[in-house]
Ligand binder design. Sequence first.
Ligand code: BG6
Length: 494
Amino acid sequence: MRAIFPWTMNQDIDIVIFGASGDLARRKIFPAFFSLFSRGLLPEGVRFYGFARSDLSQKDFHDKIMSFLTCRYSPQESCREKMDSFLSRCEYVRGEYAADTGYRYLLDRMAAARGGGVSADRLFYLALPPEMFSIVSKRLSENSLALPEEDARCSRVIVEKPFGRDRESSDELIGELKKYFTESQTYRIDHYLGKEIVQDILVFRFANIVFQPIWNARYIEKIEILWSEELGVEGRGGYFDEYGIIRDVVQNHLFQVLSLLLMEEPDSLEANDIIDKKVDALRHIKPLRLRDVVLGQYSAGAGKPGYIEDPTVPKDSLTPTFAFLKLKVASPRWHTMPVEITAGKAMNERKAEVRIIFRKPCGSLFCKTGKCQPSNALVIRIQPDEGFHFQIATKEPGTKMELKHKNLDLSYISAFPGKTMPDAYENLLLDSIRGDKTLFIRNDELEAAWDILTPLLNEIEKSRLKPRLYKFASEGPEVKRYSRKHKLCLNPPA
Ligand code: BG6
C-alpha cells in the first residue's frame, strides 16, 4: 500500500516520453501528468519532452496533447491558465529511436531549458513496443541521458507491458534492460495496480478483522475473476494478434489482482514486503496445461466484423480473444482451491469483477426443507461502478420463512460522494516520481507469473489449438465451469 514518501527526486525533473505521438501517450500519459500538475503535485521545476519519429511542429504536438487534457481537478477559470503553463513546459523532439542524433538533440534541449546546466533528475517513459526497450535504453545510456544509480541525479525508466511473450523472452528483456538501468531504477507499469479499488483489496483484507479468519479454503469455495470488454480489437490487431488475450490481460492485470487476493499478510507496508508476499502467492499457483483452459475467438455479430475480418489481423489467425482458465492454488491457506478466470473481448458488457464464493454451512437450519440458502459471496467490482458487495441470506418480510439473497453494498459513488476518482495512471506516475515501487512489477513477480502460463502457451502454439468461435457482443463460448457437485460443506471450526 502506498505510504507517504518524501520526494526522492530533485525539484527539477525532466520527464521524457518516448512514443509521444502514440495513442497511449496522448490519451493516458500526458493527461495524467497534467492532472498531477494542475493539482500542484509535481515539483515546480518539472519539464516534459515528447520524443517520437513523426514530423510534428511544436504547435502540432501541443494540439495533440491538448485534445485529451481535462479540467477534472481545476475550476474552469484557472484550468486554461494551468493548461498554458503545462504546455509551456512540454517540448517535442523528433528522432529515430535507433540513431544517436535525436538523443543528442534532446540532451541539448534539456540543457538549454535549464540555462546550460543539466542538473535535473530524469524520468524516461518508454511508451513503445517491448522490442524497442533495449535499443532506446542503450542509446539513452550511451548519450549520457540515462545516468548510473550512483550519480547524484536520479534517473528512472518506466516500461509498459507486454513484458515478453513467455518466461524466456521476459528473462531476456529483463537482462537487456538491466544493462542500462538497475532493478531499482526500473518501473514496470501495470495500470490495474493504480486503480483505486485494486489498491483497496489490501485494506479490505488486512484492516478489517471480520474477513481475516474466513479468508482461506476452509470458508472460501472458489474465486472467480471475470473480465470482459465490449470492444473488439478495432485496428489494434497488429499488436493483439502477436499476444492474444492471455498475454494481454491475464498474465498481468488479472494475475496482479489475484495475487492481492491470495497473498499472506505482509510484514509492513514497504514495497518489497508487499511484493514478496505477492510473489509467494503466485508461486503457489500450479502451472497451467491445455486441459485447464477454454479458448475462444469472436466472429461477426451485432453488425460488427469478426476478429479475422479486422484488416489488421491475419485471415488464418488462431489467436484467442477469449480465455477461460481454471487454476489451482496449492498453499497451506488455499489447499487446492480453484480459481476461475474468464477474460474476453467483444463480449456483451464491459466488466471487471472478482467473486469470492463462500462455502455453505453443513446441516444449516434452513436446509432442512431441502431448500438451502445460496452461498455467501463477496463481489469486488473493479469497473464500472467500483465497490464491494456482500451477498447474504435474509428473511423476506412476510408471513413465511422465505430466504432471499441480498447485498450489503459499499459502492464508491455513494461511499465517497463528490470525490474525484484519480485515473490509475495518475497514481502510478506520481509514485514513480516519489520513488514508491509498491504498485510496480518486480522482476521476480514477472517470472512467477510467466511460470504459471508458459507451459500452457507453449502447448497452445505447438498444437495450433483452434479457439471456439463466439459471436461479437455475446457471453463468449460455452464453458463448463467448476462443478459444485463435489464441493465440501463447511464444518464448524474446531
Ligand atoms: C490494456 C490491454 O492493458 O488494458 C487492452 O492491452 C485492454 O487490450 C485494456 O483493453 C483494459 O484496460 P481498462 O483499464 O480499460 O480495463
